[in-house]
Design a protein. Structure first.
Ligand SMILES: Nc1ncnc2c1ncn2[C@@H]1O[C@H](COP(=O)(O)OP(=O)(O)OP(=O)(O)O)[C@@H](O)[C@H]1O
Length: 710
């Protein structure tokens, strides 16, 4: 993934915003269990009363309370609470609440005294104001201290708080305050607040989803366009190295992997550590004594996930290679479908495809089965975790060391922690797979096309003549052991036809491919008008060359769009001239829509001969000083072949024409014939000269023509 990190640079603001929103979302999500615990603890159990410190005390209770407090504390009490007259209640003003709570000793004593002051318990009847009033001062203080101590010994602080809360509720009721209304107001307020938090969280989730989609689609688009631009600049050598099928897979499937993982990282995986940290902190604050349950569950979960991952990971990495393989097989079979049918090899090819398909399916099935097996284990861990928390928590609730709401919140935090770890472990599935894809993409992006423009290009004179010279040219395909061409020297003059003949595999196509620099020479040099072709920019060089490949390639569109491909300002006159010379007029004229007739992808709806003629016309329309025909007349009948060559001579007499041919009759009239044999130039001259002094040529000629025709 790091290899393509630079593609994320333009999206840094969006990523930062997404992280900030994830923080917001996680905080909202983590706050919800806390509020839920408040609804249970305060709303349901405490009747909506938040604090054990009474906010309003009746005059009677105030009187009792004052007897129960020491002198200094009684003074503090009157400092905190405002009392208006003997009949009026004592009220704790809003601002004083915090101040009182922070005075721990006073708060604790006030709570105990308040419990005693409101108690109906007959055993505390000794504490009635009348009784206390009748006691001497010393005795009274000792009696009160003793009772308070007893309470502290019997109940822990949490229990005392619960008792105080009940006392506050009772006191409120005695003062005519509607407890039910207090309770429902608290629940509604807290519930409303939870709703707002949930809405903020939802808004953050949607925005992060939107940002993640934008970033992943954007990165995918830039990767695809960079890959395409890079591949466009590749020479045949790079195509040979990667294979077309693999380049297609890299530009599609591999980019999709990156896109998918980018979305998942932004949407889920970035959230996981934030969520896990937040939930751990909150869970431990709620019930630190139960932290070990979560730690144990996470350990077991990570153990299981690591075992599964160690088995699945190599398989995940293999998937991309297998997708490549199936694409390669499918592509080869579909392009060669006619041959497959003609040779009745359908079942063989089906088996070949099935094998590749089965390999991919098997790996996919294996990985999916493994993942499916993982799921019940995870569910089991989650259920055992819930049960353990409820079991341990219930005991703690019974001991009054934990409140029910806190246990419920702890349970939710535990689930959030486990889910976060699960999300993180999922990252270990997708990230390695995407890294393989990133590596494959980077490999293409890092590969420099071996055919490059010169750093300091030279330019042609105003009018290019198109003289082509080969000087001691040797050529070896990248990675090949043997030379395909050995020490070739010749000159193709403008105004002349230079024909190249030789047996199959003798190096004819290799030779002419060196002129437009589809490959570069290994040794020697190829010159155009005396300039090494490697010193001229590729576009300037290729502008001078009308090239007709051995295998005609047409593009989807119309006949006209194919003819004017690569040429500017093509008018009807030019189109008709090229069609006439290439002997295409007749079949184009027969079509209802003429030049506007549709050509399907790859020229599937035109015949081989028609395809060849259209590609010849396409090269002629370019109006170049050099015309190269790589075995381009093979699909034409003898008569059409002769007519075409005659027209070429007449209309393009001043060009340099280089014709590769298998048929002797096509090249017999050429001013210069080059005879290739196993990559070597074994003959050079006119037909008659070669017949006399080149046995290879003589052999080829005699294999095709009778002595009389020669
Ligand atoms: N892309 C390539 N990589 C490696 N070797 C190649 C490649 N293309 C051709 N060759 C080899 O180079 C030699 C010359 O091939 P080339 O295509 O130039 O022959 P040719 O004379 O044009 O044949 P044909 O008349 O059948 O088209 C052959 O031995 C061939 O196997």
């Amino acid at each position: 993934m790091f290899k393509i990190l630079r593609y994320y640079a333009p999206y840094i603001p969006a990523i930062v915003l997404a992280v900030a929103l994830l923080f917001l979302q996680v905080n909202m999500d983590l706050a919800l269990p806390d509020y839920m615990s408040k609804i249970v603890n305060v709303g349901l159990q405490q009747g909506g009363i938040e604090s054990p410190v009474p906010l309003r005390i009746s005059p009677e209770t105030t009187e009792r309370l004052l007897f129960l407090l020491d002198k200094p504390e009684a003074e503090k009490f009157t400092g905190f609470y405002s009392m208006s007259g003997k009949e009026a209640a004592s009220v704790l003003p809003e601002g004083k609440e915090e101040e009182l709570i922070s005075d721990n000793d006073f708060r604790s004593d006030l709570i105990i005294s308040f419990i005693l002051a409101t108690s109906d318990n007959p055993q505390d009847a000794s504490l009635s104001p009348q009784k206390l009033v009748s006691m001497p001062e010393e005795q009274r203080s000792a009696a009160i201290r003793e009772i308070k101590e007893q309470l502290r010994r019997r109940f822990d602080p949490a229990m005392l708080e619960q008792m105080a809360l009940r006392a506050v509720k009772k006191e409120n009721e005695s003062m005519g305050i509607d407890s039910a209304a207090v309770q429902s107001r608290y629940i509604l307020e807290t519930g409303g607040f939870m709703l707002i938090l949930a809405l903020i969280s939802a808004a953050a989730t949607i925005t992060v989803g939107f940002l993640a989609a934008r970033v992943s689609a954007g990165v995918g688009r830039t990767l695809r366009s960079d890959l395409f631009r890079k591949i466009e600049g590749f020479s045949n050598a790079e195509f040979d190295h990667f294979s077309t099928a693999s380049l297609i897979t890299r530009n599609t499937n591999d980019v999709v992997q990156i896109q998918r993982v980018t979305f998942m990282i932004m949407r889920m995986m970035l959230m996981a550590p934030i969520m896990a940290t937040g939930a751990v902190i909150r869970a431990f604050t709620k019930a630190p004594s139960m932290g070990w349950i979560i730690a144990l569950a996470v350990l077991v979960l990570l153990g299981i996930v690591s075992v599964v991952m160690s088995i699945a990971l190599p398989k995940f990495k293999a998937i991309q290679g297998l997708v490549d393989k199936i694409n390669k097989v499918a592509r080869e079979q579909l392009t060669g479908l006619l041959v497959v049918r003609a040779f009745n090899r359908q079942s063989f090819e089906k088996d070949r495809f099935d094998k590749a398909n089965r390999e991919l399916t098997d790996v996919n099935l294996f990985v999916n089965r493994l993942m499916v097996t993982l799921m019940p284990f995870i569910t089991l861990i989650m259920n055992v975790l819930s049960l353990t928390i409820i079991w341990v928590g219930a005991h703690k609730v019974a001991e009054s060391s934990l409140q029910v709401g806190d246990m419920m919140a702890f349970l939710q935090y535990a689930m959030q922690i486990v889910m976060s770890f699960l999300m993180l472990s999922m990252a270990f599935i997708f990230i390695p797979r995407a890294s393989v894809s990133a590596g494959r993409i980077d490999e293409v992006l890092k590969t420099e096309g071996s055919i490059k423009n010169p750093s300091r290009p030279e330019s042609f004179a105003d009018r290019v003549r198109g003289k082509i010279s080969f000087k001691n040219v040797s050529f070896r395909y990248p990675g090949a052991e043997d030379y395909a061409l050995k020490n070739i020297s010749f000159t193709a003059e403008p105004g002349q036809t230079t024909a190249i003949i030789g047996s199959t595999g003798s190096g004819k196509s290799s030779l002419i491919n060196l002129i437009p620099r589809f490959y570069d020479v290994s040794e020697g040099e190829v010159l155009m008008d005396g300039k090494d072709v490697r010193k001229i920019t590729l576009s300037a060089l290729r502008k001078q060359i009308g090239y007709v490949p051995q295998k005609s390639v047409l593009f989807a569109g119309t006949i006209e769009s194919n003819l004017s491909y690569g040429s500017e300002g093509v008018d009807q006159e030019k189109l008709e001239k090229a069609a006439r010379i290439s002997q295409s007029s007749e079949f184009i004229g027969r079509k209802e829509e003429g030049f506007d007739s549709q050509v399907s992808q790859g020229g599937a709806n035109v015949s081989g001969g028609q395809k060849q003629r259209i590609s010849i016309a396409r090269a002629l329309i370019k109006d170049c000083p050099v015309l190269i025909f790589d075995d381009s007349f093979s699909a034409l009948d003898f008569k059409t072949d002769a007519r075409l060559r005659g027209e070429l001579e007449r209309e393009y007499g001043d060009t340099t024409r280089i014709i590769v041919a298998q048929r002797v009759s096509t090249i017999m009239q050429a001013e210069q014939i080059l005879v290739l044999d196993d990559g070597k130039l074994v003959g050079k001259g006119r037909h008659s000269e070669l017949m006399d002094n080149c046995p290879v040529y003589r052999e080829i000629v005699l294999s095709q023509l009778s002595i009389k025709e020669v």
